[in-house]
Design a protein around this ligand. Structure first.
Ligand code: URC
Length: 298
């Protein structure tokens, strides 16, 4: 039997980077988790242990910190692109770089009563929402950028129905014209080009996020699948720099509690927020002319 080496990559996962930009006495915070993965001429290291082509994962981690200092960190997509290009362009044995970044957002602590000055260096974590990006760059100059977010938890307390579904021998679910619809959105969107056009990644991200929220809130939902498509379509309709949106929407079920044993009615008021199992609705929404994704999602 002959065996051969298949696809492989290696890197440093989840390098935690906090950067404080000091603008006089006013500080700005970036809080990131950066994962790098490289591939290229890696037959020898796998087959014989010859490390001559290997840029150590420790060096990859150091590069994250060094570039944070030498070029700063603004939009995570731009930072990921700089890292990916650095690895591929500086090392002949590295043919492909994959850089994935998560950004945790912080808000300023509000000013105290009677102290109108804004807080200059005190922050509070802004919820659980995480901004994400995934960048690929290879030695032939192909570059892809996927932006996104995860753990964006949203809830509509009305405007959601679910009925007309298949009923078989195992179906017990009652059709409903009134339910809570709640989900923790994971959304990722593929850019047509690695520079986000003239708007830049800051505005592109803010607007895509806004369209997702508007579509979730503004869709009278007959299913979470319908809401998923409406959310993806809303982003694509508003953002010409984006050609594909992929969504993962866990259905965070809220069950009306039966209060009859206690002599109480329950007119859509008291719910049990179930933890698991949960429905998981996943889908991609693309423009008709979206170019092939290549390695963008890998
Ligand atoms: O929006 C929904 N889609 C489903 O496919 C489904 N299945 C289910 O049990 N509840 C729901 N809700």
């Amino acid at each position: 039997m002959t065996v051969v080496l298949g696809p492989n990559r290696y890197g440093k996962a989840e390098t935690r980077l906090v950067r404080v930009a000091r603008d006089g006495g006013v500080h700005h915070l970036k809080d990131l988790s950066v994962s790098t993965a490289l591939s290229g001429d890696m037959e020898a290291v796998h087959l014989t242990g010859d490390n001559a082509a290997v840029l150590p994962t420790d060096t990859q981690k150091n590069t994250v910190y060094a570039l944070a200092r030498s070029r700063g960190v603004d939009q995570i997509e731009d930072f990921a692109l700089a890292l990916a290009r650095h690895f591929v362009d500086s090392q002949p044995t590295i043919h492909h770089a994959r850089v994935e970044i998560e950004e945790y957002s912080w808000e300023r602590v509000p000013p105290a009563a009677g102290d109108p000055g804004r807080r200059r260096h005190s922050f509070v974590r802004a919820g659980t929402e995480v901004r994400t990006c995934l960048v690929h760059h290879d030695a032939s100059g192909r570059t892809t950028v996927v932006s996104g977010l995860k753990d964006l938890t949203v809830l509509n307390s009305t405007g959601s129905e679910f009925h007309g579904f298949i009923r078989d021998a195992y179906t017990t679910l009652a059709p409903t014209t009134e339910r809570i619809l709640a989900t923790a959105v994971t959304a990722r969107w593929r850019h047509l080009s690695p520079d986000a056009g003239p708007v830049g990644f800051a505005e592109s991200y803010a607007e895509a996020r806004r369209r997702l929220l508007e579509a979730f809130a503004g869709t009278h939902s007959l299913s979470l699948q319908q809401t998923l498509f409406a959310m993806g379509r809303a982003v694509l309709a508003a953002r010409p720099e984006i050609c594909e949106v992929r969504l993962e929407l866990p259905n965070k079920h809220h069950f009306l509690v039966d209060l009859e044993p206690f002599g109480l009615d329950n007119p859509d008021e008291v719910y049990f927020a179930a933890d698991r199992p949960y429905g998981l609705i996943e889908g991609a929404v693309l423009t008709e002319d979206a170019p092939g994704a290549g390695f963008a999602w890998e």
